[in-house]
Write a protein of this length. Structure first.
Length: 396
């Protein structure tokens, strides 16, 4: 594996349009804005325009539509110490988070394109999502180790997006040890994350603040019941179980539910029923049986993986939201979200309005939310903001 030192030798020449994109704060330059490129190997390159003006250094991916991802406008060496400094800066921005698992580097959102670094207590789970970054893997891992001093670094490089880069999907232990499950403390709740086999890097860290928000929105007094649909290992359910008498947690993944049961036991909580089911079917069944809930959470997977699939996805979102609205007890709350980047907030809001009309219920919009503050969204880079959520209350 080669470090950043081969960098400054190799140059890529870009169009004025490509360079302008960087000036506007977006770190990507596409294949169509490249005039001249080495084509030989991925890595770090110097970027110049056709007049020979240097614009900085970038990660270069010769097989990807996204050819360049800006790292720095300067010409400094990009070595392990450079990565360490950047990761330290990102980590410092997370101080005060009341959880032992959170995102330390949110890729483009933290100015480190295609790099995800999640902390799970003493362990780190990272994702290297571009060919350019993969090429400097050793320096990146050395930077992570120096900045965060973890007991182990696991690379969850099995994200499908790596295929666009011509990279293999793999899970690699890059340093030390990382166990199959790691206990996480999150705002007074404990749960087991599964760094090696779980979804994403082992847990849905982006919803941490929303879990606290939703539990806090339930009526105090310990009564009532809640439905956590698309529950994964019960992350929302665990927070809700402390506030209501009974929680039903539904997911289609038996593996996630098994961990959910272990999580309930870990918290000494006996009021969560875990059900393996298709949430679409269960919502229909609950509606038919005229069951009601004081709190409903809808946190489905991304229904729209592409721009073309947005209309169909909106149909799916409307179906589950309409049913969830009908399940609400008077004064009940609904937390509903979409993690589809391609479904924009305006479309999501319009879908919710249409569902509210069809449901025959009056829904107050209490607040809009996004991902937690450890997943910073960059206004110049819309791709960094994918999660949108609405907290609603039945006002009839
Ligand atoms: C975004 S995740 C939920 C994350 C969870 N709320 C949390 O905070 O940890 C979506 C979940 O939906 C589940 N899922 C996908 N399709 C489903 C379906 N049709 N019915 C039930 N669960 C489904 C997946 O297994 C996954 O656990």
């Amino acid at each position: 594996m080669t470090g950043g030192r081969l960098t400054a030798e190799r140059a890529v020449v870009v169009s004025a349009k490509g360079a302008a994109r960087w000036q506007a704060g977006h770190p990507w330059i596409y294949r169509t804005d490249i005039y001249d490129e080495p084509r030989d190997a991925a890595g770090i390159v110097t970027v110049a325009d056709r007049r020979g003006r240097r614009h900085g250094q970038a990660l270069y991916s010769p097989k990807s539509e996204i050819r360049l991802r800006l790292l720095t406008r300067g010409g400094e060496p990009i070595d392990a110490a450079w990565w360490e400094g950047r990761i330290r800066t990102a980590a410092a921005l997370r101080s005060g988070i009341d959880a032992t698992a959170y995102r330390v580097v949110h890729a483009e959102g933290d100015g480190l394109p295609s790099l995800v670094v999640d902390r799970y207590g003493p362990y780190v789970v990272a994702q290297l999502l571009s060919a350019g970054l993969e090429r400097v893997r050793d320096d990146v891992v050395a930077g992570i180790r120096a900045a965060l001093e973890p007991d182990g670094v696991l690379l969850r490089n099995d994200a499908a997006i790596r295929r666009h880069e011509g990279l293999p999907l793999e899970v690699v232990l890059a340093h030390g040890v990382v166990p199959d499950t790691v206990e996480v403390a999150e705002h007074g709740v404990r749960y087991l994350a599964a760094p090696r086999t779980g979804q994403k890097t082992g847990a849905f860290l982006d919803q941490r603040e929303n879990r606290v928000l939703v539990a806090g929105a339930t009526r105090p007094g310990g009564g009532g019941r809640a439905l956590d649909a698309f529950a994964y290992h019960g992350s929302f359910a665990l927070h809700l179980a402390r506030r209501v008498a009974e929680v039903v947690a539904v997911d289609s993944s038996a593996e996630a539910l098994e961990r959910g049961r272990a999580n309930a036991a870990l918290n000494g909580v006996g009021n969560i029923t875990f059900r393996e089911a298709n949430a679409f079917d269960l919502l229909r069944e609950l509606e038919r049986r005229e069951e009601t809930f004081d709190a409903v959470v809808l946190d489905p997977p991304a229904f729209a993986k592409t721009k073309q699939s947005v209309p169909k996805a909106l149909g799916g979102y409307k179906e589950i939201n309409l049913r969830a609205m009908r399940l609400l007890a008077p004064g009940g709350i609904l937390f509903t979200c979409s993690c589809s980047y391609h479904v924009h907030r305006e479309q999501f809001a319009a879908m919710l309005a249409a569902a509210a009309e069809d449901s025959g219920r009056r829904l107050q919009l209490l607040t809009w939310t996004g991902a937690g503050r450890d997943h910073p969204e960059l206004l110049n880079v819309p791709e960094t903001g994918y999660l949108k959520g609405a907290l609603l209350r039945a006002a009839d």
